[in-house]
Design a protein around this ligand. Structure first.
Ligand code: FES
Length: 681
């Protein structure tokens, strides 16, 4: 028999059910698993439970929904609307009751399944289940006949109204409890931290009356840049994002030099710890200042970083990470209080640091793995984060393997004659005419090509100052496609007769990309530096493919700043990444930051990545006998032995041609086995 009770459909989840007339909409939502936020426990004072009725005929669902099918605003709602703003059409679901068929919209700013819109234009539903929540309670007044302490009566109320059977309390709150309770006239809001299902929840702060603000920080500590999101733990919205250069750069440009600094200076680790924490605190101040959030309302913080950054942030000497066996002080997730790290946050705020995968594959890779989820799907996904070390993860739901490979800083523009960091004025795009060998290029900060009208005017301010990582990839790939470079990476000196852009420099030849001041020239050594870097990356990928016993990958995800700007086509032409359908190669931006955000908004993701990291098979490239052979094969463009059928179908690769007799720096290729390992990013 059809249910005669009103039918209620919740959007955007699409969950539906029949409920007796008079059921509060919040109760219906709860019963269907549509989680609508509530701080005040349905008292009509927090305003977190807002919904909207969608009016009209919804033929597909056989529902005619109308505002007449929901109770008229009652005293609680009228009082709330009078005291605070309730936008037209909005209702408090704890107060409004079902009177007929309804289509209910749970607005994005109150929906628990908050949708995070990523800058990369992909969207992801992060089901929210934060480790910290706010619970408002009304507490019994003291009674001489029942001599329960103030704190004990708060606990009793939290058990009665929110179901917390046992609760621990941060000691620092005890001296304040009585005043808070009396200031709130026997009503308080408790912030409760409950990370592990099996652990005991903690009251980490108390406020008199209703407190309606709970914020979280998700932070990726990169060795070059620290990136941060400020997030509402009540709505899941990211309200501010910002970044700052990592001040540790003054102690050493790359990570290995920072570890060396620690080894050489007795107070080196301490100084770097202080520098990174100070920068993080400044960033917290900045993101809070942008949106007028009180730092004392930051209740939970999640951090990720490569192993060296991870250790220095936590105040751990990273010396052991400087050499084999790359021993981590701690590889599992770290839980601690923000106060122990001197962070600008609520005195009771908690910190969660994601686990590290291995001594050179850090919590940032774990976070990127959480974000991109190779272990959640059937297709074989390659996830690459390129820095001075490439951190590489390959897998599917069957098995995930990971390694790092010493790419060195060439991809970041270091070790390249005209190289520079990505900044206005840096060449980022290059095309070379295969007939004339004439180039054209674009620089960061302008959309114009160098051979088009207006380019000189547009770049007058910043100039054309150098070439950044994505530009280097493109210019060398274009040189290869135009026949200027052989498959072995030798600049063809015989072309000097054909083009004045090919010039002799000592025993080798160079390609002049830009004349004038400064001239930007691609030298044979530049090509070699890129070959070494890309060979290290590709050999690492191939090792992992061998471990997985696959001869191709289905999907490629390029994480990090470098991955965001390189053109996948050119990366494949050079053989940085294996053959794959080009439309299956995607830049995913700061995947580590996204993973930190997920772990902040849903404690379930913390367990998920902890479990995943435990099962990831770690590969140490330095110990693998095949690495050397794979490295040497990968020195060629795109590769000495591996075919690139999908790339060849999309791009016309040049016919291999005989090498010309340029002194070609082959000797540098032979030193690859002696390259020292660089630490991640
Ligand atoms: Fe607080 Fe409805 S739950 S106003």
């Amino acid at each position: 028999m059809p249910d005669s009770n009103p039918l209620v459909l919740f959007m955007p989840s699409g969950r539906r059910g029949h409920f007796p007339k008079g059921t509060p909409v919040l109760d219906a939502a709860r019963q269907l698993g549509v989680y609508v936020e509530s701080v005040c426990g349905g008292r009509g004072i927090c305003g977190r439970c807002q919904i909207e009725v969608q009016e009209g005929q919804f033929a597909k669902h056989k529902i005619t929904s109308s505002n007449d099918h929901i109770s008229a605003p009652g005293p609680k709602e009228l009082r709330y609307a009078e005291k605070r703003e309730l936008k037209p059409g909005r209702r408090l679901s704890c107060s409004a009751t079902i009177q007929g068929d309804l289509v209910i919209d749970v607005p994005q700013d109150t929906v628990v399944n908050a949708q995070i819109v990523r800058k990369a234009a992909t969207t992801r539903l992060i089901e929210r289940n934060a480790a910290v929540r706010l619970c408002y309670v009304e507490v019994d007044e003291p009674d001489m006949h029942k001599p329960l302490g103030d704190l004990d009566r708060i606990k009793a109320a939290l058990k009665r109204e929110w179901g917390y059977e046992t609760l621990e309390v941060d000691f620092r709150l005890l001296p304040r409890v009585q005043k808070i309770l009396r200031d709130g006239e026997w009503a308080v809001t408790a912030a409760i931290h409950h990370d592990r299902e099996t652990g005991t929840p903690h009251i980490i702060d108390l406020w008199p009356g209703l407190h309606n603000a709970a914020w979280g920080i998700a932070c990726d500590i990169g060795s070059t840049t620290i990136a941060m999101h400020l997030v509402s733990l009540l709505s899941g919205r990211v309200v501010a994002s910002s970044g700052t250069p990592n001040p540790q750069i003054r102690f050493g440009e790359d990570l290995m030099s920072r570890v060396s600094y620690v080894m050489m200076n007795p107070d080196g680790a301490e100084k770097m710890t202080a520098a990174v924490r100070e920068a993080i605190n400044e960033l917290i101040g900045k993101v809070c200042g942008e949106v007028n959030v009180h730092e004392s309302d930051i209740l939970d913080l999640v951090f990720v970083g490569n192993p060296v950054m991870h250790h220095l942030f936590l105040g751990i000497d990273p010396t052991e990470l400087g050499g084999a066996p790359f021993a981590l002080a701690v590889s599992g997730a770290v839980h601690l209080n923000a106060a122990e790290l001197d962070l600008r946050a609520n005195a009771g705020a908690r910190v969660y640091v994601l686990p590290c995968i291995a001594g050179h594959v850090g919590a940032d890779s774990a976070a990127a793995t959480l974000s991109e989820g190779p272990y959640r799907q059937d297709e074989m996904m390659l996830l690459v984060d390129v820095g001075t070390n490439a951190e590489i993860v390959l897998g599917n739901r069957e098995r995930v393997v990971a390694c790092s490979s010493p790419t060195g800083p060439a991809f970041e523009g270091a070790e390249i004659s005209g190289g520079q960091r990505a900044a206005p004025g840096a060449i980022e795009r290059v095309r070379i005419d295969p007939e004339t060998l004439e180039p054209r290029y674009r620089v960061i900060g302008s959309e114009l090509w160098s051979d088009g009208p207006g380019f000189d005017e547009a770049t007058k301010e910043v100039g054309v100052t150098g070439i950044c990582g994505s530009g280097i990839i493109e210019v060398i790939a274009e040189m290869f496609l135009a026949g200027i470079i052989s498959v072995d990476g030798v600049i063809d000196g015989s072309l000097a007769e054909k083009s004045p852009r090919i010039v002799a420099s000592g025993r080798t030849f160079s390609y002049v990309l830009k004349h004038g001041e400064p001239a930007i020239t691609i030298t044979q050594n530049d090509v070699r530096a890129i070959q070494l870097a890309k060979a290290a990356l590709y050999a690492g990928v191939k090792l992992l493919m061998a471990k997985q016993e696959v001869d191709h990958v289905d999907l490629i995800r390029l994480a990090g700043a470098f991955g965001s700007y390189i053109d996948p086509k050119y990366a494949m032409v050079l053989g940085l990444i294996p053959d794959c359908d080009l439309d299956k190669v995607k830049a995913v931006g700061n995947a580590a930051g996204d993973g930190a955000l997920m772990a902040l908004l849903n404690r379930g993701y913390r367990r998920e990545i902890e479990e995943t990291v435990r099962t990831i098979h770690k590969v140490e490239t330095a110990l693998e006998p095949d690495f050397q052979r794979l490295f040497v094969d990968a020195m060629a463009f795109p590769n000495k032995t591996d075919p690139f059928p999908k790339l060849s179908a999309a791009v016309k690769l040049p016919e291999p041609k005989a090498l010309v007799g340029a002194g070609n720096g082959e000797n540098r290729g032979a030193d690859n086995g002696r390259r020292r390992r660089r630490r991640p990013r």
